[in-house]
Write a protein that binds this ligand. Structure first.
Ligand SMILES: *Cc1c(COP(=O)(O)O)cnc(C)c1O
Length: 318
């Protein structure tokens, strides 16, 4: 199945009334720093604190009555876990989340708070995908992956769709890149709603598999990268996401951890926004192209704001 803009439109209708329509913010000081007019789509204000609610809700809403009856399963220690748990709760579906025994207590608590059942595993000795698949089979659960699924990527594309709906056409759009759900969905929206808009993915410098994949014309796999951008510690793009990315994305940029911290400071100081490290990728990426963006109007997707306050404080003062 080839993903199309129509899938994003259908997802937008499905999530309406459940997902927040997040604000678009800007700062003249940040405009000066970047050298362009920058419009930030603030998914740190999305339900559960990140855009992942969009794809999770769309995917669960698309299940058949029988599948909903049986329940869903996901493996994640991050935002996808909370997104699935909350979306399932809202749709009256039972959710099982496979999480490592040593997952941060705050994330386990948040997932439980949304009514999710947690199945723990040893991240050094066990394979979470295997556990997820086994649970899916034994209990008849629908497995919802974090990015490589047409309904997930269509849902993620609704953030960019809302941005274009609100601000009109743009010269360039920057999206954080992990497995590519957000970037591929955004690219579908951009191509249709702002045909001249250049679309960039931005990934951690330590894990540049997306850039290498785009250059190679096939999915390149790497080891888990060491980076503070924990939402983008992916080892490869998805099959569905890469199919869209290779067709619709202009380039993939990278940002170092230091550049992410600098972007985090700009968000805090000038936009008064708490943004998690992975959510800073878009702004850090836009700062890599100063000459090219001069005089342009650009969009930056701020993907999430879930960061432990102790860790946030430590990063800001590092
Ligand atoms: C998951 C996540 C990403 C990466 O999204 P993909 O769809 O995997 O590319 C970026 N930012 C945040 C905050 C995330 O949770």
């Amino acid at each position: 199945m080839v993903s199309k803009f129509a899938d994003v439109v259908a997802a937008a209708e499905r999530i309406e009334g459940y997902a927040h329509r997040t604000p678009v913010l800007s700062s003249r000081i940040v405009d000066e720093v970047v050298g362009a007019r920058v419009l930030f789509k603030c998914e740190n204000f999305q339900r559960m604190g990140a855009f992942k609610f969009r794809g999770a809700f769309n995917a669960i809403a698309r299940l058949s009555a029988r599948q909903r009856e049986a329940g869903v399963v996901a493996y994640s220690s991050g935002n996808h876990a909370q997104a699935i748990a909350l979306a399932a709760q809202l749709l009256g579906v039972r959710a099982t989340i496979v999480m490592p025994h040593d997952a941060p207590a705050s994330k386990v608590a948040a997932t439980k708070g949304y009514g999710g059942r947690i199945v723990g595993y040893d991240r050094y000795a066990e394979d979470r995908e295997e556990i997820g698949r086994a649970l899916a089979e034994e209990e008849g659960l629908a497995l919802i992956p974090p990015y490589d699924h047409p309904d997930v990527l269509a849902g993620q594309g609704t953030a960019a769709k809302e941005l274009f709906d609100e601000v009109g056409e743009l010269d360039a759009l920057f999206a954080p890149l992990g497995g590519g759900g957000l970037l591929s969905g955004s690219a579908l929206a951009a191509r249709e709603m702002s045909p001249g808009c250049r679309v960039y993915g931005v990934e951690p410098e330590a894990g540049d598999d997306g850039r290498r994949s785009l250059r190679a014309g096939e999915v390149v796999r790497i080891d888990t990268p060491r980076t503070i951008a924990d939402g983008a510690q992916t080892t490869h793009l998805g099959e569905h996401t890469f199919e869209v990315i290779r067709r619709e994305v202009d380039d993939v940029l990278t940002a170092s951890d230091d550049e992410l911290v600098e972007a985090m400071r700009l968000f805090a100081a000038h936009l008064k926004l708490v943004v998690e490290p992975t959510g800073c990728l878009g702004l850090a990426g836009a700062r890599q192209l100063p000459g090219e963006l001069a005089g342009e109007r650009i969009g930056v997707l701020v993907s999430g704001g879930n960061v432990d306050l102790d860790r946030y404080a430590a990063l800001l003062t590092s």
